[in-house]
Design a protein around this ligand. Structure first.
Ligand code: SAM
Ligand code: DTB
Ligand code: SF4
Length: 330
């Protein structure tokens, strides 16, 4: 059975998937998942905030925005050696990709000159590299490509309609433009969003529609469950039904069959059983290590124990395979 890679999803069809009985939805998602991936492998990335806090943007979910009053200790750009020490520790723990995040609206060219040696240094350790630095110009994306960057993370966060209720300092169009620059430069795209921000199911469908209808599906799609941080405007918003999170992962898997879907922020609050369901729904990547950017992630030992119980293992670097190769291997 083959399913085409589509870029013409309509909102009603996506909502119809969300509305399916859970067992039907999960069965379809897992069937598609198996056509493209080893179902027992998970890609592991570790995160490091290389520049924390004092961000001029007003993203309502984010503890690092200077518009909110949170307990974040602001930090200048970390020295190269400290970044590499963290990357070595992540590698020793089993991570294959190292993602560096900076609380910037956009990097200046001087900022970028300091990020380039970090990318080169992490690559020299034999790890894949990812950075998330805010908006990029065309020339900046090319500079990152020339440094050997493997992935650029830039999330659409939510549907175009809900976006303005969460962020006022930049537009959806701004986000799409950066994604275009990253794609044109030939860097792998990592783009996803956050759910549990008080959005409707229509908004969750709208986020997945915007991602899947990009000219090429992002290679990596992080689905974050909002981490509620005191002092941010979204602190106290009604928590999402966990099964709705599983549904969102399943619909993402069906719509973007070859993308690696990351069960991203918010795992600390999830039971092992809920995470197992997310893997069954088609999630095949996690952030691994005790910390995300500023908030906590499950301890590495808990994740290893969970994957062990599930009979799952860490993937080597390249996961996505052409359908023929997987079928031939069966
Ligand atoms: N400043 C850059 C940007 O916004 O693109 C890069 C860093 S930013 C912290 C990276 C992503 O983290 C955001 O796009 C958002 O999707 C996610 N994020 C931030 N705060 C979060 C939270 N409290 N819960 C879940 N995800 C969050
Ligand atoms: C993504 O989609 N989630 C990560 C990563 N990309 C950069 C960030 C999650 C941040 C959670 C809140 C924090 O730790 O500050
Ligand atoms: Fe700044 Fe990124 Fe946080 Fe928005 S999500 S406030 S851009 S660090």
């Amino acid at each position: 059975m083959s399913n085409p890679i589509r870029h013409d999803w309509r909102r009603e069809e996506i909502l119809a998937l969300f509305d399916e009985p859970m067992n039907d939805l999960l069965f379809t998602a897992q069937t598609i998942h198996r056509q493209h991936f080893d179902p027992n492998e998970v890609q592991v990335s570790s995160l490091l905030s290389v520049k924390t806090g004092a961000c001029p943007e007003d993203c309502g979910y984010c503890p690092q925005s200077s518009h909110h009053h949170t307990d974040i200790e602001r930090e200048r750009l970390l020295p190269l050696e400290e970044v590499l020490e963290n990357a070595r520790a992540a590698r020793a723990n089993g991570a294959t990709r190292f993602c560096m995040g900076a609380a910037w609206r956009n990097p200046t060219d001087t900022n970028l000159d300091k990020i380039v040696p970090m990318i080169e240094g992490v690559k020299a350790l034999g790890m894949e590299t990812c950075v998330t630095l805010g908006m990029l110009t065309d020339a900046q994306a090319k500079k990152l490509r020339d440094a050997g960057l493997d992935y650029y993370n830039h999330n659409l966060d939510t549907s175009p309609e809900f976006y303005g209720s969460i962020i006022s300092t930049r537009t959806y169009e701004d986000r799409l433009e950066t994604l275009e620059h990253v794609r044109e430069a030939g860097i792998n795209v990592c783009a996803g969003g956050i759910i549990g921000m008080g959005e409707s199911r229509g908004d969750r469908a709208g986020l997945l529609q915007a991602l899947a209808n990009l000219p090429k599906h992002p290679e990596s799609v992080p689905i974050n469950n909002l981490v509620q941080v005191e002092g941010t405007p979204l602190h106290g918003v009604d928590a999402l039904d966990p099964l709705e999170f599983v549904r969102t992962v399943a619909v993402a898997r069906i719509m973007m069959p070859r993308s690696v879907v990351r069960l991203s922020a918010g795992r600390l609050e999830m039971s092992d059983e809920l995470q197992a369901l997310c893997f069954f729904a088609g999630a095949n990547s996690i952030f691994y290590g005790d910390k995300l950017l500023t908030t906590d992630n499950p301890e590495a030992s808990r994740d290893r124990a969970l994957l062990d119980r599930l009979g799952m293992r860490f993937a080597e670097t390249e996961m996505s395979q052409p359908e023929e190769a997987v079928s031939a291997a069966r």
